[in-house]
Write a protein that binds this ligand. Sequence first.
Ligand code: ADP
Length: 313
Amino acid sequence: MTEAIQISNLSKTYDNGLTALRGVSLVVEEGDFFALLGPNGAGKSTTIGILSTLVRKSDGDVRIFGKNVESHVYETKLDLGVVPQEVNFSQFEKVGDIVLTQAGYYGLTRKVAASRAEKYLKKLGLWEKRNERSRSLSGGMKRRLMIARALVHEPRLLILDEPTAGVDIELRRSMWEFLSELNQSGTTIILTTHYLEEAEQLCRNIAIIDGGRIVEHCSMKKLLAQLDSHTYVIELSDPMTGDIEFGPLVSSSVVLDSQTLEITISANVGMSSLFDLFKKLDLKVQDLRMKSNRLEQLFLTKLEKLEESQLVQ
Ligand code: ADP
């Protein structure tokens, strides 16, 4: 199997002396849907920055589809689409032009560029907005526009940095569906997130990064097996009327107020089953978040283990 990315012993110390990465090694296979999970400041954006050559590494080796990103700048750029965390297009440019301009950077003919722009703006629900200036778009639309722009050259690998940070649940779900379809059609996807539930919903494999070191690199399944249950806080769009019978899927539930619930489910129950259950109960979910920060717990356990093993060596 081809490796979409292969990172060996990557280190980065910024000019101000801050060390962001300390010997990161990571492999993502072609076709994978991969999450790079980690708390703020862990080194996720720095890793992405180095993959897209926006940040210069201090040491190590980085390859995209077998090619070194520094010695094969153009070829690796053709294979890669990046959706950064911050909106970075001109607020005055028109939506359609933003995508067309990007196509120009990759040398696509006007005809191909126009048809790709149409294809991706339609897929991301922005076609009607193509003649409007981007500043008139909502926050969620701006994020979708960044995805359309990153896909215009149809890269084999798409990397998204915190794609759904601050995005409401409805939009988050539609973005997840879009990304899943894209992955099923063959695009390798890597996303960074600090939401375990996002990685859980989408990704087959994960790496956990903390303090610039990889502390876990395994399948999502294996990671979830380490957590036996999840507690979510769910906000509903409308107040509940009467008692709710959740059935066997939910191991416990607590009503916090008329629109807020806390429920615990077994770790092997997928998020989609949970959403299906809410649909069946006719409850509209406004927001959902993990209650206890289990991911943080997991980071701590991993780090403690790592430190112990280093002490032993
Ligand atoms: P994450 O994306 O996981 O939140 P980052 O890669 O942004 O983490 O940051 C990793 C570390 O590197 C942090 O300590 C951060 O403060 C530092 N860092 C990130 N970018 C820069 C920069 N341009 N200059 C100096 N330090 C930076």
